[in-house]
Every structure is written in C-alpha cells, then in structure tokens.
Design a protein around this ligand. Structure first.
Ligand code: THU
Length: 134
C-alpha cells in the first residue's frame, strides 16, 4: 500500500495549503493533505485566533474538506509544517488531531512523519474510536 502512494505529490499539496495558513500568533504554518479511498486529495491549513485556544489545526480543516467534498476514508496523510519563511518539512500531528485522523481513517491510515511513514495504530495505540460505542 505504502508504495502505491505518491507521497511527493501529497506533500506538494500540503506545502501549498501551508501557504494559506492564518498563523499571526505562532508564525508556524501547517498544511495537511490527505489521499481519500476514492482517489480524491483533500487539504487544510491552520487557522489561529486571538483567543489562542480556539486555534484550528490544519488537520481539522482537512477533515472538514473531506466531508465537504463527499466523505470517504482517508488512506494517507501528510502534514508539512515550519516557521514562516522556512521550507516546510513533515510535522507531527498533535494528540487531538491524531484522534481526528483515527476517526477519518482508522488504524490503517498511513501518516508521513519526520521519522518515516507510520500507521495510526502506531501513532495512537489503544485508540478510543467508534468500535467502543454501543
Ligand atoms: N498545528 C497544527 O496545525 N497541527 C498540529 O497537529 C499541531 C499544531 C498548528 C496549531 C498552531 O496554529 C500552530 O501549529 C502552533 O501550534
């Protein structure tokens, strides 16, 4: 599966998305791009707020784009991140975003990290998810 994914193309979409980030407070731009099981590519960027805790991560925007454009399951995701003015590099989804990604792609979802491609099962072991609910 990993070898069928065009990670370079996905990273390019994420870098493009990061250029649209609204990050006047942290000046840390993040772009997320995801490959959907029907071949679509969805994306999002971080959107900060003067009330800092309301910040939306790039993965949030990407998951919104997933549902906005028809739903489906994420199969591969990359987050390209870095300080304003620097070349974005693969970042690490925060804990809340790991939970969001797990919901949208499950344990088999592949995530591009600075340490290489990892599954959500590796990034969020023992995850809480839909299967826990009655
Ligand atoms: N950020 C993301 O967009 N995704 C993550 O998974 C980690 C953090 C954003 C939020 C904030 O705008 C900036 O990075 C610094 O925390």
């Amino acid at each position: 599966m990993t070898e069928e994914i065009d990670w370079a193309a996905l990273r390019a979409v994420a870098v493009d998305a990061a250029a649209g980030a609204y990050a006047p407070y942290s000046r840390y731009r993040v772009g997320a791009a995801g490959l959907v099981d029907d071949g679509r590519v969805v994306s999002g960027c971080n959107v900060e707020n003067a009330s800092y805790g309301l910040t939306l991560c790039a993965e949030c925007g990407m998951v919104s784009d997933l549902h906005r454009t028809g739903g489906g399951r994420l199969v591969a995701v990359t987050c390209m991140a870095g300080p304003e003015g620097a070349q974005p590099a693969p970042g690490s989804p925060c804990g809340r975003c790991r939970q969001l990604l797990f919901e949208a792609g499950g344990g088999a979802l592949l995530v591009d990290t600075a340490e290489g491609v990892r599954s959500m099962d590796e990034l969020l072991p023992g995850a809480f998810g839909p299967s826990w609910l009655p």
